[in-house]
Design a binder for this molecule. Structure first.
Ligand code: 5AD
Ligand code: SF4
Length: 448
């Protein structure tokens, strides 16, 4: 049974049942002649989108579809898009345009484009007007109605192809809330995903229990800012409480989560992470910039000093904490001096991994109308300097693991990739391994 995403509270259960009934009808149609049609779901962007794609795959599976990675074999292609940076949008448009060829080679192929990009009016228009290859466009809020749209577009009319088994999996995404209230001045997410809506704890826990019963070993709790979980619910459960409740579910599994906004990560959260034995000591705490002036212009609601205090506090509770971050280079008006503060912050914190981005102007956001006198080449220079620093630190950190023994399942408890030689039967299991070598990107080990 699927759990439904957006605006859960506002969607009446009978409406969800209606959607499930539509799935069953499509299933009867597509499986009527014994064939099994194939679908391909192509995902761009964040883990929230990965989680949405899993829901779309869930729906498609209920409709009788198998899955393929080959667009020439697919009867249905769903492109789940991202609007956070222009680069991703360009890739989507290029790839959607190229689907002309596959559709020609496979008449009747249905192409759907969904996700954050189409939530922007100018993009939805562009897709509808300039990309006739696209049959169906729907935003993230309408995902729960996918069966409706599918029925309208006569999905399942092409019933052919070879059955294909879905991959088994170790990791599961679990959305605990949707949307964002923070309005960082560069970011399009609050506009395309709407305001924060938390799922009820009992719904989250039910889904977590189902995932654990199905054999998943890692549950990642997802939200744009998990630290504000529950604020809209009035049931007295905050994010730390939720971690503890998931931790109390019997079973051998690991809890991860993302993303934490530094403005409201609490001591209670760090204490809970330290106390809950199933919670990975891993924190993704995007700093975005090291200069107070830029943080203010970004509307991040914390300064460098507060951020550093939080890092110190988190490490006090978890000395083995794996800390990662996001950084934007080249925010409008960012000077060499501002950027030097980002470098010095990174030196000071020594992140285990960093996700670095060059600022991308997003239509309709406040930053889009801020003066931006610096060139792309200036920004690229800063970006390269930051990448070099990140690689140096990562390599040094990895060397610290050499000679240690860890309990892991392909990644360390903190999320580091470990290449292992061992019995394939161990895939999906936890095992003890000693770390024998390392480089900038990964660790190498042997099963003990
Ligand atoms: N330009 C560049 N990076 C951005 N991000 C969000 N919006 C933009 C933008 N307009 C980055 C932030 C965020 C991550 C998911 O993407 O660092 O944390
Ligand atoms: Fe965007 Fe800021 Fe919300 Fe993150 S917290 S999704 S960067 S507005």
């Amino acid at each position: 049974m699927l759990s439904m995403p957006y605006e859960r509270k506002e969607i009446a259960p009978e409406k969800i049942r209606e959607q499930e009934e539509i799935c069953r009808r499509i299933f009867d149609r597509v499986t009527a002649d014994g064939g099994r049609p194939l679908a391909m779901v192509d995902t761009y962007g964040c883990q929230q989108n990965e989680a949405d794609s899993e829901k779309i795959r869930g729906y498609l599976a209920e409709m009788g579809y198998g899955f393929t990675q080959d667009e020439f074999q697919a009867d249905v292609i769903v492109v789940n898009t991202c609007a956070v940076r222009e680069h991703a949008e360009m890739r989507v448009l290029g790839n959607v345009g190229a689907l002309n060829h596959t559709k020609k080679a496979r008449p009747g192929q249905i192409i759907a484009v969904c996700g954050c990009m189409v939530q922007q009016e100018h993009m939805a228009k562009k897709l509808k007007l300039s990309y006739p290859v696209v049959d169906l466009v729907f935003g993230p809020h309408e995902l729960w109605r996918f069966p409706d749209f599918a029925a309208e577009k006569n999905l399942g009319a092409v019933a052919e192809g070879i059955p294909q088994k879905r991959d088994g999996s170790v990791k599961a995404w679990l959305s605990i809330m949707y949307g964002c209230n923070n309005f960082c001045t560069y970011c399009v997410v609050p506009y395309v995903r709407g305001r924060e809506r938390s799922r009820r704890p009992e719904d989250v826990l039910r889904e977590a229990r189902e995932l654990i019963a199905a054999g998943y070993k890692e549950i990642t709790l997802l939200g744009q800012n998990v630290n504000s979980y529950g604020k809209d619910l009035d049931c007295g459960v905050d994010f730390a409480d939720l971690i503890r409740m998931v931790n109390d579910i019997p079973g051998d599994f690991l809890i991860r989560f993302m993303t934490s906004h530094p403005k409201d990560a609490t001591e209670k959260l760090f204490r809970t992470m330290a106390e809950c034995e199933k919670c990975a000591h891993q924190l993704h705490l995007p700093v975005q910039a090291g200069s107070d002036r830029i943080l203010k212009a970004m509307n991040r609601s914390y300064d460098r000093a507060k951020y550093l205090r939080q890092v110190a506090l988190a490490r006090q509770y978890m000395p083995d904490l794996v800390l990662t971050t996001d950084i934007i280079v080249g925010f409008p008006g960012e000077t060499d001096e501002d950027f030097a503060e980002t470098l010095s912050l990174v030196e000071e914190v020594r992140y285990d991994a960093m996700f670095t981005f060059i600022y991308s102007k997003r239509v309709g956001t406040p930053a889009a109308s801020m003066p931006d006198p610096y060139t792309r080449a200036d920004k690229q220079k800063h970006f390269d300097a930051l990448t070099e620093l990140a690689n140096r630190i990562s390599g040094e950190k990895h060397r610290e693991y050499e000679g240690k023994t860890l309990n892991l399942s392909s990644r360390t408890n903190g999320g580091r990739l470990v290449h292992l030689k061992g019995d394939p039967a161990l895939i999906g299991q936890f095992a003890q391994a000693s770390i024998t070598a390392s480089n900038t990107w990964a660790l190498y080990g042997e099963i003990e």
